[in-house]
Design a protein around this ligand. Structure first.
Ligand SMILES: [Zn+2]
Length: 154
């Protein structure tokens, strides 16, 4: 990973931690996790491979496309992948966790997830802005939790 980028992230996290009163070490953990996943997908797309898409129509229906490509899918089938894509990278970059004064707990405003404590950063429930109520985590929340790479109790 680029040294300049790491310097930049360090400065960025320092500003964030001062602005939002968050431990810088927690922010560092978040962005290091992102870098790990990012470099993984980067090296993956560089290696030559064949399209993994299963054809749905035509003579070869049910068979793999097998067209040579640089990523997991050829240009034609790449659209499928884009549709399934989870939170865009720029959204994941903006993970801002701050104190919610109504319940005096750390929360992530975009998803409403509420965390146990600074020392124990796992999701305990979701906060409803309209009712100002904190409810327990339900199984339906887990996919979103995973998408944002938040820890949760199973
Ligand atoms: Zn294909």
């Amino acid at each position: 990973m680029d040294r300049t980028f790491i310097d930049f992230m360090n400065k960025y996290n320092k500003i964030l931690s001062q602005e939002y009163d968050i431990d810088k070490s927690e922010l560092d953990i978040l962005y290091q996790g992102l870098i790990k996943n990012y470099s993984k997908s980067e090296s993956k797309s560089e290696s030559k491979s064949v399209c993994q898409a299963i054809l749905k129509t035509g003579k070869s229906a049910g068979k793999q496309c097998n067209k040579s490509c640089t990523g997991e899918y050829c240009n034609k089938h790449n659209k499928h992948k884009a549709k399934q894509a989870k939170a865009p990278l720029n959204e994941v970059h903006n993970v801002i966790i701050r104190n919610n004064p109504h319940i005096n707990k750390l929360w992530h405003e975009l998803t409403g997830f509420v965390f146990e404590s600074r020392e124990n950063m796992h999701v305990i429930g979701r906060f409803n802005i309209e009712s100002k109520q904190l409810r327990k985590l339900i199984p339906g929340d887990i996919p979103l939790c995973k998408q944002w790479r938040f820890k949760h109790e199973s």
